[in-house]
Ligand binder design. Sequence first.
Ligand code: GDP
Length: 526
Amino acid sequence: MSLTEEIKKRRTFAIIAHPDAGKTTLTEKLLLFGGAIQTAGAVKSNKIDTATKSDWMEIEKQRGISVATSVMGFEYKDIKINLLDTPGHQDFAEDTYRTLTAVDSVIMVIDCVKGVEIQTEKLMEVCRMRNTPVICFINKLDREGRDPYDLLDEVEEKLNIKVRPLSWPIGMGKGFKGVYNLYEKKLNLFTPSQRKLSDDRQVFENLDDPELDSLIGPNNANQLREDVDLIEGVYPEFDVNDYLEGKIAPVFFGSAVNNFGVNEMLDTFIKIAPGPKSRETDLREVKPEEKKFSGFVFKIHANMDPNHRNRIAFLRICSGTFERNKPYNHVRGPKPLRFSNVTQFMAQDKEIIDEAFPGDIVGLYDTGNLKIGDTLTEGENMVFTGIPSFSPEIFREVINKDAMKTKQLEKGLKQLMEEGVAQLFTFEMGQRKVVGTVGQLQFEVIQFRLKNEYNATVEFHPMNLYKACWISSADKKQLDEFVRSKNRYIARDKDDKLVFMAESKSWLQMVQDNYPEIEFHFTSEF
Ligand code: GDP
């Protein structure tokens, strides 16, 4: 197969959702359709049970599960689908943000009872930064949920994206009868079943057909006719280009656990979802069809066993053909790297492969050369952009409890930060080290891993910080002056970039007002 054909065949995406909306269940059904698994229950949730969430054994288990399901590849109707898993626990949100840089589109699951939840809003913001196309799946229609019109309004309002229903529910909860596919004008009747794989669908070009009344009852039939009239009147015709530009989200209704509405969404997904897209580097845009290979590392998974400090780096291939054992330019590093152990993930199996194509994700065994955001190329010294760090939400000062192990601590911190476990900021004054995370859990992970893998003992002391803002200015003198006058609050990030550590929202606002020439950024890339 030619490179162009390989590219055309691929769809790389992630499912995002607030915990409990049904991401794991939907993932499993998609894998069933793809023939990648045979039985329901084969996909383990990557959630950490809240009751045991401060137990590091649980964290380790979670890490074990998440590597197995990090990428799930399967074929469906001749399309090679790469589904990237995102951590279910919100403390690992930063991991999810980075995973979203490696996909070309997302499916967003929303619980019809709870509507749009907070984690969904945050994830949508990240999608918007890159105009990632979004398909919405409104789940759990077998339960008494909210009114579908209200749900659509809420999605538009809270997620700040226009919607276009492509299917419409008939009843809900106990009275749930099925969905009408507005795109294909087909009726799909609901029978609760966790096993059923294909849906029998009835085509209704004309909803006035009296057959509809006998199938779903005259009340439901009339309601559906009214709804469809209204929707077709209110919402403009679905334009796939608007979806591809991230301007409009097509919406499907269904019930993942009953495998209802999933097949329809998947069929539409493979028709409309984008294949591997061009990507920006600091020098130029890279097209997937380019002959020469390029890619970037978006995730690193370390081995918890201190005797085997190897790790798996997840590489997204952006252009050309990636080949095993071929030396590639490690743009940030001192020497070319070659990989003999290249893994691809087909559902639950890992297999060693010889080549991979744009859109694919491969796992590279690494002994500590790679870090998150690294670019590999077949020569050119360019770096993929758009893999920013986000300002953390919780800050703690690192206190070394064993002065004899300072070197181990430094090394451990550096490596954990390279894996993206958390972010390290070093204050200019006094060189105090501050770890920033998006969740409590990471501090426990870091503390445990520093002890277990590096034999370093730390404590974390709370710090009264609101945000870390990367600062810049067109006027270098002003920036120098700012850094001088605010030196108690100035730190450096892992790349030595200047960061302003703001103590509170109101104070940050005041400083911003007082220094209009200084730009404050909440992500490391601007
Ligand atoms: P995740 O946290 O988003 O991965 O959510 P899960 O897939 O683990 O689902 C959370 C819970 O919702 C589980 O108990 C599922 O069985 C249940 N669930 C998923 N889909 C449906 C559905 O369509 N209807 C109902 N009633 N429950 C569902």
